[in-house]
Design a protein around this ligand. Structure first.
Ligand code: AHR
Length: 530
């Protein structure tokens, strides 16, 4: 279904992305030495870095499932058909929550085709991506996989072509302890205890005209409300995610307002999706423009949630950024096998810094996707390689459970073509490990060609000892990996003494500094304990 793919490309990238600028950006900084200040106050907190920010997504699309995580009869697979080399790489990513089975695929999927003896499962036409679904990987395989990688499973029900009854039955199959038909089917298929799947999405991108069973905001909201009622009738403890708008055209705000208003007493999250691109081949506009866009989606949605939260005891609702990534080179290619380069690894820092700075409201995020399809891990019959984006994702994941800090930054700025707001060259977030009092400072230097020296000030005391440094930098922004050659765009680690609190962030680099603090009041050193 090429057409479907093309339509989503327009929606997700071309309309709202940073505008084009000359292909050869000469860098925008004046020649004098670039200096910046980063002020960190341990009392200025934003919110907890929810472990669910380090989620991922596994859709039945191209080689994500079949030939990706699951390959029957491969010498690299275990008895369940899971590729063990892939399992190891996935575990290294630290995936906290895994969304499945789509994506667009979800809107045409009948989960009942994917249970029971594999040889008796029907093959079906797959209309979202113009493929055939063998159904050999279904609910029990997915839930076993999530257990194996110690991730929360997150199931997206079919609110496109599917029925409310099917959504309810799915919850019964996975979660019910009772002796009822679908729970007994689960037992018959080898799983006695309920899986207790906690996170459920009420459909995927239902606002998009490309979506099977696309609806308008009123139709969707009503349908989702009734589906939620039936699903919670089986298991009242489940957490529900509304399909927010991914169609970032004129009426995305209207969609989100209607959905949030209608479901404000029902859902726990509203989903946002963003795919970014560097079609203009301008690093600074790529990293700065998209940051402003993502920040704006979050801010606007936060406002819509606040607007809906009237009355004395409103239901908390958060944002689940349950699809995000770079996606453009493989946009019209059926398998979406995007090859990522060094500058895309920098873009991972842009996304995580933005999520951390909005940690009060963004409580779930899922990279789209995990293996082969717009993914950090690429496989063939014989093995795999890790794309440059793999490394920042794994490293940022170490900050789960920390407290995000409201950092004050002064940095040289630059103008992005056709944007009102200037961007700071340094894109910064910071978190505090409340157990060790270690501070982690995440700094993306977006300048194409200038190093920037920043003074990192601790408003609550001082830094103790040298900083641990994790850094990604490479002379070639377009450097990529492939099979047998995935060592060159990788992070380097070192230690650095911050004389006068200063650290120089090289041009086009992503740096994560771990700093031990000395408490101003107690004069006591807090050892980082990693
Ligand atoms: O992740 C690829 C696709 O992007 C998903 O199926 C869909 O939800 C989005 O448009």
């Amino acid at each position: 279904m090429k057409q479907l793919i093309v339509m989503s490309s327009v929606v997700m990238g071309l309309i709202v992305g940073p505008p084009s600028s000359p292909a050869t950006s000469a860098g925008r900084l004046p020649p004098e030495p670039a200096v910046a200040r980063i002020k960190i106050d341990l009392d200025r907190t934003i919110g907890d870095v929810d472990p669910l920010l380090f989620g991922n997504f596994a859709e039945h699309l191209g080689r994500m499932i079949y030939g990706g995580i699951y390959q029957e009869k491969s010498p690299l697979s275990d008895a369940f058909g899971f590729r063990t080399d892939v399992l190891q790489a996935v575990k290294g990513l630290g995936v906290s929550i895994l969304r499945w089975p789509g994506g667009n695929f979800a809107s045409g999927y009948n989960w009942k085709d994917g249970i029971g003896p594999k040889d008796q499962r029907p093959a079906r036409p797959e209309l979202a991506w113009n493929d055939v679904e063998s159904n050999r990987f279904g609910t029990d395989e997915f839930l076993r996989y999530a257990e194996t990688i110690a991730a929360e499973p997150y199931i997206c029900v079919n609110l496109g072509l599917g029925s409310i009854g099917d959504a309810r039955d799915w919850v019964e199959y996975t979660n019910s302890p009772k002796r009822t038909y679908w729970a007994d089917q689960r037992r018959k298929n080898g799983r006695d205890q309920p899986y207790n799947v906690k996170y459920w999405a009420l459909g995927n991108e239902i606002d998009g005209p490309w979506q099977l069973g696309h609806k308008n905001a009123e139709e969707y909201s009503k349908f989702a409300l009734e589906a939620a009622k039936a699903m919670r009738g089986i298991d009242p403890s489940i957490k529900l995610v509304a399909s927010g708008s991914s169609n970032y055209g004129a009426d995305w705000l209207l969609w989100n307002r209607t959905v949030i208003q209608t479901l404000r007493n029902t859902v726990d999250y509203v989903a946002l999706h963003t795919y970014i691109n560097n079609r203009a081949n301008d690093l600074e506009a790529y990293l700065g423009g998209w940051q402003q866009t993502v920040e704006r989606y979050i801010d606007t949605t936060r406002g819509l949630i606040r607007e809906a939260q009237t009355g004395p005891n409103p239901r908390p609702i958060y944002i689940a950024y349950d699809e995000w990534n770079v996606w453009y080179r493989a946009f019209n290619e059926q398998k979406l096998e995007e090859i990522y380069n060094f500058e895309d690894a920098l873009a991972m820092g842009m996304f995580f810094n933005t999520f951390f700075r909005n940690a009060d409201i963004v409580k779930m995020a899922n990279l789209a996707q995990m293996v082969n399809v717009i993914a950090p891990i690429m496989t063939n019959e014989k093995g795999l390689f890790l794309q440059p984006i793999y490394f920042p994702i794994a490293e940022y994941g170490r900050q789960r459970g920390n407290t995000s800090l409201d950092v004050w930054v002064s940095s040289p700025t630059y103008k992005i073509p056709q944007r009102l707001q200037e961007a700071k060259y340094l894109d910064v977030s910071a978190t505090l490990d409340p157990r060790t009092r270690e501070v982690v400072v995440n700094v993306l230097n977006r300048s194409k060609d200038r190093d920037i020296t920043a003074t990192i000030e601790n408003q609550s005391g001082s830094w103790a000892g040298p900083a641990a440094v994790w850094q990604m930098n490479h002379p070639d922004l377009k450097a990529t990996h492939t099979f047998g050659d995935d060592q060159k765009v990788r992070p380097k680690t070192s230690t650095a003494t911050l004389t006068g609190g200063q650290f120089t962030f090289p041009a086009h680099s992503l740096t994560i500094l771990r700093l031990k603090t000395k408490d101003a009041k107690e004069g006591k050193e807090n050892e980082g304990a990693r």
